[in-house]
Design a protein around this ligand. Structure first.
Ligand SMILES: [Zn+2]
Ligand SMILES: [Zn+2]
Length: 131
């Protein structure tokens, strides 16, 4: 029984993140999961998110001074942060290889990853701007 409820909560958390298009944080996910599993607690949502990240079902997006956001899209892609509403929108342009040139220019370093983030407006905020 406990296991069944756990599975239902996990499914609900994963579905909520997959359905959201703005890469939500735990507080937003909690509000949505509560509509599906009314008795769920915030602590359970946090634990479930941690487990889903550990198992590779979700990717955390951490930014200094901000709550962790969660991404259900596991393939490599880029993000645009909306300066209007804070939504994180997926982008799929092809980028040149930014790792190899950096490593070649700085052999004294060990380059492990690179982050590129666009800033701008999501479709809704862009539409609102035009009024
Ligand atoms: Zn926006
Ligand atoms: Zn994403």
């Amino acid at each position: 029984m406990a296991l069944k409820r756990l599975t239902r909560q996990r499914k609900a958390v994963l579905e909520v993140v997959q359905r959201a298009h703005h890469h939500p944080d735990a507080a937003w996910i909690y509000q949505e999961v509560r509509k599906l599993v009314p008795r769920v607690s915030l602590a359970t949502v946090y634990r479930t998110l941690e487990a889903l990240v550990a198992e590779g079902h979700l990717v955390p997006i951490t930014r200094a001074g901000e709550a962790t956001r969660y991404d259900a899209h596991l393939h490599p892609h880029l993000h645009l942060i909306c300066e209007g509403c804070g939504a994180i929108v997926d982008l799929e342009p092809t980028l040149p290889d930014l790792m190899t040139p950096a490593q070649q220019a700085h052999p004294e370093l060990e380059v492990r990853s690179v982050e590129v983030t666009y800033r701008g407006l999501c479709p809704r905020c862009k539409a609102a701007l035009k009024g």
